[in-house]
Design a protein. Structure first.
Length: 344
């Protein structure tokens, strides 16, 4: 258990002139990367040097940890936890309850019927107890519930099997179970499009209602899957102010800035142009300037990847192409946007 990574020496090329990313933010917040064991193999030295927090990109999700009822598969998550321990990094847990990447058996009852509320809650509790207990002392905080808000219209909660079969208190229950399993862990609600004003207000409403009911929730995770043009700095600032007014800590949990706008479907751009590189440099600088100015309420910034050679956006359905969203290039070298965030 928990083997597979030895301490690696920092690479000796260029270290005297390339500052460590996380050290550049030592007086602000930890800087993390989402990883898999494969990425730790291919980019271990880069990750150990530049990031001081990890998140499992996939391997702590329900479908990975409990593919069949009572059958837990911890090997890959353990490799990530071990890398974090060996290198003295923080580890965020992602994610305990989600409508996606959760196996169908969770929602199945006897005779092909959907599971009853009590059965579903007891499965939720068993999963949370087992997973949170295993990483207690290593994972300092969990995304307890991911993406529960309805994106459109006036409905507050996403129509998911959790909502249909348990009822709207499934969210509160998840936080209570997680708190019982590890009273020291920081517990987050995590979502995307978190700066879009209408969704921001729904997230605010949900989290406020959880707090009003005494739910053990300590922070909001703002996924921050953004791009060159959206969201505006004003919308990011307004989201920070609004969520921080609840008295919670904020973390940017899945930051990436692909070099395309959301409606730019081109697949024939094989290399970024000088203009795209410059725009990304400026955009990252603006965003990290803003983060620095809110360092009192931001307790972590995690990139959803480590370098441009592999990111989930390369395979985003229907748009397979490189989008160069990270601070390090395919060869793990700092890009102009790296320098724009570390040089202050
Ligand atoms: C969401 C989830 C992440 C990941 C990304 C896309 O943001 O929270 O776990 O699946 O989508 O990779």
């Amino acid at each position: 258990m928990l083997e597979g990574y030895e301490q690696v020496d920092a690479p000796d090329t260029g270290d005297n002139i390339i500052p460590s990313l996380h050290e550049a933010f030592a007086d602000c917040f930890p800087v993390g990367a989402a990883v898999s064991p494969e990425v730790l193999e291919s980019a271990g030295p880069l990750i150990a040097r530049h990031y001081n927090s990890l998140t499992a990109e996939n391997h702590m999700k329900p479908i990975e940890l409990q593919p069949e009822e009572g059958v837990y598969t911890f090997e890959k998550a353990d490799l990530i936890a071990n890398f974090a321990r060996v290198h003295g990094m923080r580890l965020r847990g992602h994610t305990l309850v989600w409508h996606h990447q959760t196996p169908d058996w969770v929602f199945a009852g006897p005779d092909g019927q959907p599971a009853a509320r009590e059965q579903l809650l007891s499965r939720m509790k068993a999963h949370i107890d087992t997973v949170v207990a295993r990483y207690r002392g290593t994972v300092y905080g969990w995304d307890v519930v991911n993406e529960a808000i309805h994106d459109k219209g006036v409905e507050l909660l996403r129509r998911s099997r959790w909502l249909e079969l348990v009822g709207e208190d499934y969210i509160q229950k998840a936080f209570e179970f997680a708190h019982e399993a590890d009273p020291d862990a920081l517990l987050f609600y995590n979502d995307y499009h978190e700066t879009v004003p209408a969704k921001r207000e729904k997230i605010y409403t949900l989290v406020k209602s959880l707090l009003d009911r005494g739910t053990p929730i300590h922070g909001i995770g703002l996924q921050a899957h953004w791009n060159m043009y959206e969201p505006s700095l004003e919308d990011i600032r307004a989201a920070i102010e609004r969520y921080a007014s609840l008295g919670l800590k904020l973390q940017f949990t899945e930051l990436d800035l692909p070099m395309f706008g959301s409606d730019d479907k081109r697949r024939d751009v094989k290399r970024p142009t000088e203009g795209m590189i410059e725009q990304q440099r400026l955009r990252y600088a603006q965003i990290f300037d803003l983060f620095r100015s809110y360092k009192d309420v931001i307790s972590g910034v995690t990139f959803w990847g480590a370098a441009d050679d592999y990111t989930w956006l390369d395979h985003f359905p229907g748009k397979e192409r490189k989008t160069w969203p990270m601070l390090f290039n395919d060869a793990h070298e700092p890009k102009p946007c790296f320098w724009s965030v570390v040089e202050k």
